[in-house]
Design a binder for this molecule. Structure first.
Ligand SMILES: Cc1ncc(CN)c(N)n1
Length: 229
């Protein structure tokens, strides 16, 4: 790698360097038409309901993934604090699942009848592949950060000044757009950067490919919500 690029990455961290390198792909996820339609108030509520029902299934699939990340942190991490950060993420999933149940109830959605759609199946499959002990902690934590930060940046955009988000969707946006969730994402990013700094070229390559794969799956997930209206 070119020396200046190396120095730049040291200063800003590898994850930030990758987000800059793949900016258009990242913007494609965080400023997706689904998100923009929430922000400008033009959202078709059926697409919101599709997203809600499908995301409930996705969040359930996040539980074993994050639990496996906790195991990797326990076995592979060089810092005690990593486990606390990830444990906080695992613990918050219980509240998140309860929220999905309440929100689905509010919109008359029967979650037990929801059938996972192809983009969701594909994304859950990716999560399941990360559970394997063969996947390095560095690669898995990069994936965890990427999938959370896309939601954080997307939904924060819907509650920024100048947004016209429908009042009934503001609570949803605040779930991922709030400051505490942003701090959780920053903690995951710090872990990822620390690990990536010490990673081999092979691991770095795998983590960068994983970041891109996660972001592409996020785009497909938003596309799915809009395709069903
Ligand atoms: C598809 C998706 N990506 C990320 C998140 C944030 N945990 C989520 N709930 N759903």
């Amino acid at each position: 790698m070119e020396e200046t690029a190396k120095a730049e990455e040291k200063k800003i961290g590898m994850t930030e360097a990758w987000l800059r390198k793949h900016r258009l792909v990242y913007i494609g996820a965080t400023r997706h038409p689904f998100i923009l339609s929430i922000r400008d108030g033009s959202i078709n509520i059926d697409s919101y309901k599709t997203w809600l029902a499908q995301d409930y299934l996705f969040v359930r699939a996040c539980v074993p993934f994050l639990a496996s990340l906790l195991v990797k942190a326990w076995k592979e991490s060089d810092e005690d604090g990593d486990m606390e950060v990830i444990l906080g993420g695992v613990a918050s999933l219980e509240d998140e699942i309860s929220w999905f149940k309440r929100e689905a109830n509010k919109w008359g959605i029967s979650l037990s009848d929801v059938v996972p759609q192809k983009p969701n199946i594909n994304y859950c499959r990716l999560l399941e592949s990360l559970v394997s002990p063969d996947v390095e902690y560095t690669v898995a934590v990069t994936a965890a950060w990427a999938l959370e930060v896309v939601y954080q940046e997307s939904f924060a955009h819907c509650i920024e000044e100048g947004s016209n988000t429908p009042p009934e969707l503001k609570e949803t946006c605040a779930r991922w757009g709030n400051e505490a969730f942003a701090l959780y994402c920053q903690s995951l990013q710090k872990i990822a950067n620390r690990r990536l700094q010490k990673a081999s070229d092979d691991e770095l390559k795998k983590a960068e490919v994983m970041l891109l794969s996660v972001v592409e799956h996020e785009v497909e997930f938003w596309n799915m919500a809009r395709a069903n209206v």
